[in-house]
Design a protein around this ligand. Structure first.
Ligand code: AMP
Length: 354
């Protein structure tokens, strides 16, 4: 006999009461983001493959190994979105949102797809809640985005999320650093693994992301990005930090934080949470001043983040979870032959009264 159908590996069903917790998290995001002037955007789950190749970057793991890409019936290459910033950027250009009052503030929530090895906190269909601020190059926007995130997490009951912060500098700083890192690593090429050896030529910054212990040791002596920042990049980063300091947001500068996507410039950040093991990042984000222009749009800078909703729900503080899954119950007990009908009508009266 054929076995009963099962869900696809790396995907899962969300059942009640867990779905109520998800809905409450999403409602909190809507409430908090609205206070900062964000409005919702919904983009398709399917995009042309080219969009992600051009934005996320050909040499990244996402594009190189993890995308659900297939030809449609006419042979066009389509991809299930692995992230949504690129899709928002595409929509921004396609609908001419440069004509809207600037900055344009958009949030989204929905499933993303990456062909990764499933484990705790890592799925092939996962969910992100994200926001993008488009049109302002200044450091106050970076700070505002981070304050919004910390407020959102605070309203869920996270008391002291760990914010990791770094700057990649502008393009000139980044190029100078890329060269310095390459010069440092090239003579030690043989000590690098296959992946890193490839990255050395394509995208050496990505090597800083490595989890290989021997490579991490080697990197301990590597030049620091901070030493290659030009004055403007440094001032931008300092301004972000000054606002955070004044707001009392706890953060740690992590000079090794580079993030895995190609489009980031200047400020990048991650927020991690306890209790998730190796997959402990619940938020990732950063500034992407070149993305819209690189995709063929105007020179519009942007900054944004994506929250991993699956992971967030896994480590959600208990009081929020309890409140979210509590249901007001009224029991109408039906007795006897006619009781069922009477009980139904009585219940309807209660429902009509809200
Ligand atoms: P990224 O788009 O890679 O910057 O990821 C942003 C956030 O999405 C991460 O911090 C995770 O919380 C979450 N995330 C990324 N990939 C996965 C996955 N395969 N499964 C679950 N959550 C993920």
């Amino acid at each position: 006999m054929a076995r009963a159908p099962r869900s696809v590996k790396g995907t899962r069903d969300l059942l009640p009461p867990e779905t109520a917790v998800w809905a409450a998290v999403e409602q909190t995001a809507r409430d908090v983001f609205a206070r900062y002037g964000y409005r919702e955007i919904r983009t398709p789950v399917l995009e042309e493959t080219e969009l992600f190749v051009r934005s996320v970057g050909e040499t990244t793991d996402i594009v190189g190994k993890e995308m659900y890409t297939f030809p449609d019936k006419k042979g066009r290459s389509l991809t299930l979105r692995p992230e949504s910033t690129a899709a928002v950027a595409r929509a921004f250009i396609e609908h001419g949102l440069t004509s809207w009052p600037s900055p344009v503030k958009l949030f989204y929530m929905g499933p993303q797809f990456r062909y990764e090895r499933p484990q705790k906190g890592r799925y092939r269909q996962f969910h992100q809640i994200g926001a993008e601020l488009l049109g302002d190059p200044g450091p106050w926007s970076d700070a505002e985005v981070l304050l919004m995130l910390v407020r959102f997490l605070g309203e869920l009951g996270f008391t002291s999320p760990t914010v990791l912060l770094n700057t990649l500098g502008d393009e000139a700083s980044r190029a100078a650093y890329r060269e310095a890192l390459h010069a440092f690593l090239a003579p030690q090429r043989e000590a690098l693994g296959e992946d890193s050896r490839r990255r050395l030529e394509t995208n050496p910054l990505r090597i800083l992301d490595t989890k290989v212990p021997a490579e991490r040791e080697l990197l301990a002596g590597a030049p620091e990005l901070a030493e290659h920042l030009n004055a403007e990049s440094r001032e931008h980063f300092d301004a972000v930090r000054r606002v955070l300091d004044r707001s009392g947001v706890a953060y740690r500068v992590d000079p090794r934080l580079v993030r895995g996507l190609d489009y980031y410039t200047r400020t990048v950040f991650e927020i991690t949470a306890e209790g998730l093991g190796a997959q402990n990042a619940i938020v990732g984000g950063g500034r992407y001043d070149r993305l819209i222009a690189d995709l063929g749009g105007a020179e519009v800078p942007g900054i944004g983040f994506a929250i991993g909703e699956d992971r967030l729900v896994e480590v959600l503080p208990e009081p929020f979870r309890e409140r979210a899954s509590a249901q007001p119950w009224v029991v109408v007990a039906a007795l006897g032959e006619v009781g069922g009908g009477e009980a139904l009508l009585l219940a309807e009266e209660l429902r009509a009264a809200g």
